[in-house]
Design a protein around this ligand. Structure first.
Ligand SMILES: NC(=O)c1ccc[n+]([C@@H]2O[C@H](COP(=O)([O-])OP(=O)(O)OC[C@H]3O[C@@H](n4cnc5c(N)ncnc54)[C@H](OP(=O)(O)O)[C@@H]3O)[C@@H](O)[C@H]2O)c1
Length: 258
């Protein structure tokens, strides 16, 4: 596979939500691909441990504690860089699986704040630095929930449609600038925390999500896809890439072995 080596000006990659799952795997793979990675998340101990692990392996990595919904903190973070090559907006997730009739408005609000406003905050704050690099990439990790709904998914689906629209609109608005806008939309990914967070720590409910599914996607599968899209030559923009496990034909059609 031909990959474009990061140029000097574009070699810093910021990954949000790098403390677990897809974000941690993406930070690892971008580091392997030659990027200097900046790991951000709220849980400092986890990103520090990963940065240390990557540094020991000979990569360049640093950890920066950041809540993507805190705009003042995001602006302060952005102020630390002259240029940025890659921004992976991965921080996010789902809360609850209640129907619209009984869903908690606070959960809906939090999901919108994290998945949409968090992405907006980072993208706005770092866009001038991505342009300055002369070869920037903004990645938005949306979801297949950003492209179709399912019962009990309302709040998450609404938020991920927001992430999708943000990516699509930004691509239109900055055409002509040296920045690609890539949306990666995964289906079912078995990460250690996603379903657990969704169900407030209820392990039984979390396990049920993946029950009988032969091989859900892994964090590495998604990280590889992100890294592949980012490392295409500068003129190749992967607008939208949807990936699902073979056992999942749609958000509502999943093959489960009993
Ligand atoms: N797993 C799936 O099936 C799946 C499918 C499609 C799309 N996705 C999307 O992929 C992304 C990663 O999911 P995952 O499966 O890797 O989930 P995960 O393991 O739960 O990771 C979520 C990450 O987001 C971070 N995060 C959450 N709120 C944050 C905030 N306010 N500020 C900063 N960081 C925050 C968490 O870090 P801290 O808690 O340390 O802040 C964590 O690192 C999410 O956007 C998710 O919606 C997941």
């Amino acid at each position: 596979m031909a990959t474009a080596a990061p140029s000097a000006a574009s070699r810093i990659a910021v990954v949000t939500g790098a403390s677990s799952g897809i974000g941690a795997a993406t930070a690892r793979q971008l580091a392997e691909a030659g990027y200097r990675v900046v790991l951000t998340a709220r849980r400092k101990d986890r990103i520090e441990a990963l940065a240390e692990e990557l540094t020991k392996a000979g990569h360049s990595a640093l950890a920066y504690q950041l809540d993507v919904t805190d705009r003042a903190a995001v602006d302060e973070f952005a102020g630390a860089f002259k240029t940025i090559g890659v921004l992976v907006n991965n921080a996010g997730g789902a809360l609850g699986a209640d129907p619209v009739a009984t869903g908690d408005p606070a959960d809906w609000r939090t999901m919108y704040e994290t998945n949409v406003i968090g992405t907006l905050n980072l993208t706005q704050a770092l866009l001038p630095k991505l342009i300055e690099s002369g070869d920037g990439v903004v990645v938005v990790v949306s979801s297949t929930a950003g492209h179709g709904t399912y019962e009990g998914g309302g709040g998450y689906v609404a938020a991920k449609h927001g992430s999708h629209v943000l990516a699509e609109t930004l691509r239109l608005e900055i055409v002509g600038k040296p920045v690609r806008v890539v949306e990666i939309a995964p289906g079912m990914v078995k990460t250690e925390e996603f379903a657990l967070t969704r169900f407030g720590g209820d392990t039984q409910k979390a396990e049920k999500v993946y029950q009988g599914v032969a091989e859900p996607l892994t964090a590495d599968d998604v990280a590889e896809t992100i890294t592949w899209a980012v490392t295409r030559p500068s003129h190749v923009n992967v607008d939208l890439l949807v990936l699902r496990p073979r056992a999942q034909a749609s958000n509502t059609k999943v093959h489960r072995e009993s």
